[in-house]
Each structure stands twice: as C-alpha cells, then as structure tokens.
Design a protein around this ligand. Sequence first.
Ligand code: B3K
Ligand code: ZN
Length: 884
Amino acid sequence: MDIARTQSALPENPEMADAAPEPRAPLLIRREDYTPFPWLVPEIALDFALGLEKTRVHAALTVQRNAAAPRSESIRLNGDGLTPIAVAVDGEAVNDWSVDGGDLILPLHGDSHLVEVTTQIDPLANSQLMGLYASGGMLCTQCEAEGFRRITFFPDRPDVLSTYRVRMEGPRSQFPVLLSNGNRVAQGDGEEGAHWAEWHDPWPKPSYLFALVAGDLVCNRDRFVTRSGREVELGIWVRESDLPRTVHAMQSLKNSMRWDEEAFGREYDLDLFNIVAVSDFNMGAMENKGLNIFNTKYVLADRGTATDADYDAIEGVIGHEYFHNWSGNRVTCRDWFQLSLKEGFTVLRDQLFSAAMGSEAIKRIEDVRVLRSIQFPEDSGPLAHPIRPDSYSEISNFYTATVYNKGAEVIRMMRTMAGTERFRRGTDLYFARHDGEAATCEDFVRAIEEGAELDLGRFRLWYAQAGTPKVSVAMDYADDAVTLRLRQLVPPTPGQPEKQPMPIPLRLALFDRESRAHRGEELVVLEEAEASFRFTGFAQRPVLSINRGFSAPVSIERRVDPADLVFLAQYDDDPFARYEAMQDLVVGHLCDAIGGGLDDAGMERGRDAILQAFSAVLADDGIDDLMRGELMILPSQTYLAEQMLVADPHAIHREREGLKRWLGAKLEAQLAALHDRAGEAADDTSPAARGARKLKTQALVYLAAGTPGHAAQRAAAQYDAATNMTDRQGALMVLAGLESPERSARLADFYDRYCGNALVIDKWFAIQAQSLHPDALAHVKALAEHPDFTLRNPNRVRSLYMAFAANPHAFHTADGEGYRMIADLILALDPINPQTAARFVPSLGRWRRIEPHRAGLMRAELERIAAAPGLSRDTSEQVSRSLA
Ligand code: B3K
Ligand code: ZN
C-alpha cells in the first residue's frame, strides 16, 4: 500500500468542511502549546483479522469528556495513511466524519460515547517499520512514538491512558503464536484453519505501549518469583533455530528483575513477561507493557557468534526495557517533550544495573566514552537541543544521545549531590506520587527535591539549556593553601544565544606527591559563573584530580603539567580519573601536534611522557586486564575533533595513527609478551578471561600499527585459534586494516563460516566499513552491491553505512566521495524508511566544524538532499536544521 497515495485518494466530503474545531498539529510542535485532550478513553477493544498483506482492524473506544480540558464538540483521532472503512457512534453507523491531515474528526456532543472505527492496513508494504509490519513472515508492531496511528484512528499521545482488550484471529499455520500486552484471557479455533486469542492488559497505558505479535515462534520459558511472592512466567520468543541463543538474555532478564527490586524497590506487576526478537527493527528494543519487542541483536548470543561486548549490550538493553516497566510505563510522559523523563532516568538505571553486574569502573568509562563521542558533538553542532526540547517537527528525531545519555547524566548529578540513600527516597516519592500518571520532567525534579531534601532550584536549568558547559580550572598554591578558581561557560547553541550558569557538582581530590595519597574526596558545587574554593594544610603543591567519576557532563579546561598527568595516570585511586589522565595526556599532545605547534624536541617530549604512562599501564600489577585494556584505548578522532574549533580530519588521522605506530614500535616486545600472556588465559566468561581477550585485541591494534607484517601473522593466528567471537572478531578487525594476504583469506573464511547468520554477517560488513584500510571507501562501495546487502533491513544498513560514516579516514576523503555516498544513501533510504534515513544526516551536519574545503563539500551534499522532492518530515527537519 502506498500510504501517501491512499491518503490523498480519500473522497472529499464537502459537508464536513466546518466540523473540525480542533486545530491540526502545526508543522512545528511547541512544548508551551500543550493542552490536555478534551476526551478520556478509559477503554479500547481492538479486533484484528490478521493477514500479511491485508489486516483488518476494528477499534471500539469508550470515550468520556475530560473535565480537566476545555469542552469540544468533536473528537480528533490521529491517523497516518489510514482510510476509515466504517465509523459508528453508540452502535449507529455515521457518516458525518471528516479527515484532516490524516486524522479522523468526528462530531460528538454527549458526555460519553462508544466510538467504533474499522480500518484496513497492509503490513507487508510497511517498510517504515512503524505501526503493524511484517518481518520474516511474522507480524509485529512498533508504536512509539506515533506508530499506533498507522494501525487505527486514536488520540495517539502519551497522556491518553486506556485499558486494552485485544482479540486477534488468523491462519494457525502462518501465525501459530498470537501475543499482545497483559494476560491471555481466552483462545480458540476459528473457521478454515484459523485460530484466535484474546488478551487483556489491566494496566492503563498510552497507545505507544501497545504491541501485537503473530508468527511462527518458539519460546524459552522460565519463571521468576518477585519479592512479594508473585510468580511471573517469563518467555523469550524467537525463530526455532535461534532458541539455543536465548540463554544469556533470559539470565539478564531475571537479574534485571531482582536488581530493580533491590536497588529501586520496583516489583513486576503482571503474571507474564514476554520478549519477542525480530530481525527488522528501527532501533534496539521497545518496552511495550508485558510484551517487549527486541531487535534480534539485543537478544541472541552464544560464545561462538557474540562478543563479550555483545553480551554486555544485551544485558544492558534487556535491563533498560525491563526498567521502563516503572520508569516509562507505570509512570509515563505527559507529552513527547518529556521524553527524557523516562529515557534519561531509564538509561541511568540501566547503567547502574550493568555496573552492579560487572565492573563499575569500566562501565563508567564506557558510558563517558559514548557520551563524548556522540552526545558532545551533538551538543556543539546544529542539532543541539536541551534534554527537554522546546519544539520539534518530527519527534523521532529527538530520540537522541542528548535526551538519553545526557538525560542520564543530569539525573546522575542529582544522585551525586543527594547521595544514594536520599536519592532513593526521592525516586520512591516520584513513583508513589505519579504511579498511573503521565508526568513531566518538572514532576520528577520536584519529587527528588522533596524526597531527597535537595534544593534543585537552579539545577532545573540543565533541562532547559543545551550545550556542554566548559569549566576552566586554575589552581594557586601559597602558604600551605590551595585555591581553586573555577569558572563556567555554557556555550551558545541554536536558538539559545545566551545562557545562565548552572550548578555543576565536581568531585575532586588533592594528591600528595610523595605519599601518592589524598586525604579524602571533596564534592564542590560550582553554582555561579565563577567561584573559588580554598583547601589548607598542604606542605607542598598537591596534584589535582577533578571531575572524578565524571561527576558532571562538562568539559574541563585547564593547563596541566604532563608530569602531573603521568602521576595521575599511575596513582589516581579513582579509575575514571586515571583513565582521564591518560586521555588528557594524549589529547594534549595530539592537539599540539595537529596544530603544527610542535618542533622535534616538543614532539619527543610529548611522546616520551605518553610512553612512560603507557609502559606503567602495561606493567602495573595493581590493575586487572579489563582496566589495562581500557587505559590503552586512545581518544577517538571524533573526540579529538571536538577539541578544535575547526578540525582537519586528515591531520587528526595522521597524527593519531602516527602516535599509535610509534608506540607500537617502541613497545613491540612488551605488547607481544602481553599478547602471548593473554593467549594463555582460560576461555570462559570470568572477568579475568574477558580482560585477557580485551588485552589481546588492544595489543594487536598497536602491533599492527608498529610492525604490520608480524602483526598480520599474529592476528591471523589469533583468528585461526579462536574459540569465541571476541577473539575472532578482534583479530579480523585488525587484519581488515592491513594490506596483507592474511586479510582476504580470513575475510572470506569469516563470510563462509557464518553465512546465513544475519547478525554475524552484519559484523562482516561493519568490520570492512570501519577498517583502517586505505581502500575502505572502495570496499564499502563494492559491499553495497553484495547480494546480502539490502536497504530494507536497518541492521544491515547500519552495519555498512553507520560504520562507514564513523570511520573518519574513509568518510572524509578530500574528494568528497564519502559525503556523496552518505547523501545518496539518505536519498535512497528516505522513501523506504525515513526514520533510519534521518539518522545519517548528523554525519554531514557537522560541516561548520570541519576545515573549509571539506565543509563546502558536506554542505553541498546537504543542499542536494534538501532540494530533493518529496522528502520525509524526518529527513527534511534534520537537513534544514543542519543548514540553518
Ligand atoms: N522507547 C524505545 C524507543 C522508541 C524509539 C521510537 N523512534 C526504546 C527505548 O528507549 O527503550
Ligand atoms: Zn528507553
């Protein structure tokens, strides 16, 4: 079904022209325009006659006037690409309805009514993967944010909560399993091989949490007993051949359920919790009440096909979606501007969960790395927005690292200032006070403020202001006393030229150089634009460790003696601060080198300091291999570019690779010994074995830079001997960047070995697209023609093109070919899947921060996209904001 054409083919009904007193949604939707919906819809009954190409939907809505809203003589039911087949009010067919911008407008004059609408949809033709769509022969749904309106007419907004009763019927052979939210209350046989099931969800929910799945699936079943003794049946539904790969997901689910009881006092509230894995999915997963729908990528794992990082990601996403049951479902959002209410909070919850399941230190470092490489650039570019945006044209564009990850950081700061126990009192109050409601970010802040007894007055600015604050630090030492002078600047961002200072909590410690110890950590809060803090009793000038644990999502600007960074990299007892010192050391040196400001002596001094810190890390018995591997990771090119007003991607790549090459050559013996030592480790999932695997690949990365010939043989040996995907993928990643005979043989072997396993073939595409190989761009071009490549599967698209767009040396070739490829992709994908197409715009959108020649080429591609006819709202919003 061509949705746009169906829409415009609707018969005009001239009589209805003046029956629409409610305004339709404007092109730009503003937070300040919020008004409650004039009607409540306490109940909805849905009846689906299922078919892949033709599904008929009958919806019966019980509607009542909302006393809290202005009276209206009509109801606007949102629709997107739908044609009403039949409309009835209180059992009588009516035809005095009209359609406006896809929505159905129906006159209603009484206080309560039963509104019935029948629609028909074509799931197989739904390539946007929003609403009801087909994936691999099954039917599934995705309704957040505005997908429900592609299934039936409904007030598709998160503040309209209803209890759902869902009946579905379809051919048993095609759809042996029929699932929806809540509990199954009845089932039976229909005519001619059909069967049906009826589901009821007792918890009122907004339409974005509705879900339906029908398909040929098998179930990994387990049970969980909640702390109050409720027995919950757990099910993970997958294709039969995938069943053995659901063990880790099930364990992660049970761990999440227990952890949420212990850490946040949250218990599960239904007798059933189902997860379904689907291969075609726009994002990671979706928290539909009692029926989570997941991208297979975040469910399926076994040691032979999933890396340690994949295992962690599955645990994190399973946790994230499960935690939404309270932070999102029991307490939902009043409107989409409040998205961070559920997403920021749930990301924080999943981060704390993963930290509790594994290493807190490593988890924190990884989370900050993600924030800096994705959110910081967003915050300093044309798409910058506050965690609670003020306006949008297409809400799908606001599922961003800012709303999610910076949102989590903002709540983490509240937790840091309150302390864990008081923060918990705040969240308890929030859940108790708003259970069953559609709440706002302000409601959340107020609950934390009252429950945790914390003044968050000016802290609220973190919700309203975009941009990463810069905090400059100057330290004076005189007469036994240290004075820290802190000054903050929140940079201007689009639409927000002027900013106010925000409270910034900074954890710090002052180290004595001789004893290498400090006398306790301090928490200072920089409330104003500037402040000084004095600490006395230091016999000599101490070494400052600041923003420990990354207590605030800011960038710290200070001039530090590299010797102090080497000291902190070796002796700081805060693992994040130790990592940070390593990063600062490298960033400082590389920025000087890239800027051309280093003579030979300066270059040597900088590299020697890094070598000293690196050698210490390699040799330090006091840290485990997971941390060692972490400390060896160089700052990303994106993060380096972020330090510069205008970046030259070529120069960044050259200097960063140059340093890697130099370190690899200098440390060849130590790295080879480490690689050998790690190769002896057990092949299990213990932290020690995981650390050894991480180290092996890190060692190879440097060796490949320093001594490529030997390294290729070493990597090939690691590949051949691998008994798990972590080792195999790590080795192949390194090989893919080298020009060596081992490269092509192992790439071919990998494809043959895993052919037919979509998730592993995704890795095969991604490894080549993100490789350091000088011909990576040509490889990507060729891979786009590979028979396994398709624009219809978002995982496959991302594995080739996201990996490519995040590979600076390939993406930023001076002739603009990389930009052209991404623009061509956006144009080709937009009519198929606008949500995924729009996700590629930010890679071109950073043109203002790139050197002028490339900037011109990037901008030209954006203009080419902007000029294309029939662009989706998703892509067109992102492109026009990027050009503004
Ligand atoms: N809430 C969903 C995201 C939906 C995105 C819609 N474009 C997954 C999550 O954050 O848990
Ligand atoms: Zn979420």
